[in-house]
Design a protein around this ligand. Sequence first.
Ligand SMILES: CC(C)(COP(=O)(O)OP(=O)(O)OC[C@H]1O[C@@H](n2cnc3c(N)ncnc32)[C@H](O)[C@@H]1OP(=O)(O)O)[C@@H](O)C(=O)NCCC(=O)NCCS
Length: 145
Amino acid sequence: MTVTIKPPETPEEFAQYYNLRWRILRAPWDQPEGSEKDELEDHCYHLMACDDSQRVIGVGRVQFNNIDEAQIRYMAVEPACASTGIGRKIVSELEAITLDNDHDMIVLDAREPAVGFYEKLGYEVKEKTYLLFDCIQHYRMQKIL
Ligand SMILES: CC(C)(COP(=O)(O)OP(=O)(O)OC[C@H]1O[C@@H](n2cnc3c(N)ncnc32)[C@H](O)[C@@H]1OP(=O)(O)O)[C@@H](O)C(=O)NCCC(=O)NCCS
């Protein structure tokens, strides 16, 4: 399978992009469609991974919090395609976008099961942060590019 990483552009691509985000990061906790979006979407860089038939199998977003700091959010990979390098590719492209925008520090709030993934990519745990939906522990992580 050839995986292509690109920004969503058409309404159909954005629909698939947000749908994957919702299915992986919100639906398992009974959160309604729409809860996967926030008020910053129009100000962020979005990337999606597509398979040979242009199906969206991975997503991720980077936002710029201030002049020093970028933040990766909403990373999700289709479970059937997990551990095949798609998450790594998306993060790598988000890091390239970060550097292109003259930022060299990325922070993120990792779900506990994903901490090991980000550690593999060079991110370091800084502190234990919040509980999402009363059950998903998050950890603030950071990487200097
Ligand atoms: C976390 C997630 C984005 C990782 O994406 P992925 O495509 O499966 O990861 P990759 O295949 O690119 O993995 C890169 C490396 O991290 C490792 N890895 C992947 N997931 C891991 C995990 N949960 N814990 C520890 N290591 C992990 C892989 O084995 C691989 O290591 P290698 O290069 O030595 O082989 C994906 O599993 C996912 O969507 N999880 C559910 C949603 C989620 O938790 N998102 C993050 C919210 S903060």
